[in-house]
Design a protein around this ligand. Structure first.
Ligand code: ZN
Length: 295
């Protein structure tokens, strides 16, 4: 089944919500990076959050990045998403492997670590980027996103993110939701939603059981007149290309490129996000050196 996000409102606009089903997106990420289960869960949760947060970007070329550096064995988690539902991402160490945590679940917090920062960058291309940064609180990612919204955007939220991995390491289910009260939302409304949230089954289990993003929001805020305003297909997709990698090489400068030409006679660059390899032979390197000299 195709992955998608919905954007919705309820209670005459006092609530806004996003929900996502991202099983295929995370499966593509897993295959691209040979992710072990904990890395699938950590990257999948981050990609799911980014896909929902990016839907709010105004322009097609704008991007939203989430960078998580918690000091744990997974290293950095880096994800970039846009408002067209394209998401790419990687982790430094895809082979991180830890025993299950005390609840018998994948130890995402142990892999991510709790000694570091979560950074959100909204790159508006034509104007200054927005950068928000908070301390990592649990390393489980959903709580960290909630904390980011509270501290950096002064926006209360409930965030749920989940990834279930099959015994053969493929992705069984992935998804999430973000529910946010708008200014002026009545206290009773918020309390009632909190009560419902405390009783919901984990979002990944709901998706594994065949629930759709619509069903998931319907269960929590359906009685307040859930209105779905947008559907958006999401997928793992990298937008790297040879031209961009050429400019990376040119930015190394003439001397560095001449060293590469002299020592290796060629260059191979690998895109972090999708592992695609770009090869440059001696003649191509000479052309880049020429371009680097004229800038
Ligand atoms: Zn790429």
């Amino acid at each position: 089944m195709k992955d998608y996000i919905i954007r919705a409102t309820a209670a005459e606009g006092y609530i806004r919500a996003f929900a996502a089903q991202t099983t295929q997106m995370v499966e593509t990420a897993r295959k691209t990076h040979n992710l072990y289960p904990i890395a699938s869960a950590a990257l999948g949760r981050t990609m799911t959050a980014a896909s929902m947060m990016a839907i709010d970007l105004k322009n097609e070329r704008d991007t939203l990045s989430i960078i998580i550096k918690g000091g744990g064995p997974i290293g950095s988690i880096v994800v970039v998403a846009n408002a067209k539902g394209m998401v790419k991402g990687y982790v430094d160490n895809p082979f991180v492997d830890l025993p299950l945590n005390s609840e018998g679940k994948l130890d995402v917090a142990g892999a991510v670590g709790t000694n570091g920062k979560l950074t959100v960058i909204k790159d508006y291309k034509l104007k200054e980027p927005y950068i928000g940064q908070v301390d990592i609180v649990t390393g489980e990612i959903a709580e960290d996103i909630t904390y980011y919204f509270a501290v950096s955007e002064q926006q209360p939220s409930a965030t749920a993110l989940g990834v279930l991995v099959n015994p053969d390491l493929s992705i069984k289910a992935s998804g999430g939701f973000i529910i946010q009260p708008m200014p002026g939302a009545p206290d009773e409304l918020i309390e009632d939603i909190e009560k419902k949230l405390s009783k919901t089954t984990p979002v990944s289990t709901q998706i594994a059981n065949g629930k759709t993003p619509e069903n998931i929001l319907e269960d929590i805020i359906g009685e307040y007149g859930l209105k779905i305003n947008q559907y958006l297909d999401v997928l793992f997709k990298c937008d790297c290309n040879r031209k961009r990698l050429e400019s990376v090489l040119i930015s190394l400068g003439k001397e560095e490129l001449e060293d590469i030409l002299k020592n290796d006679g060629k260059a191979e660059l690998v895109c972090h996000y999708c592992n695609k390899k770009y090869n440059f032979n001696a003649d191509e390197l000479k052309e880049l050196i020429r371009q680097a000299s004229s800038t």
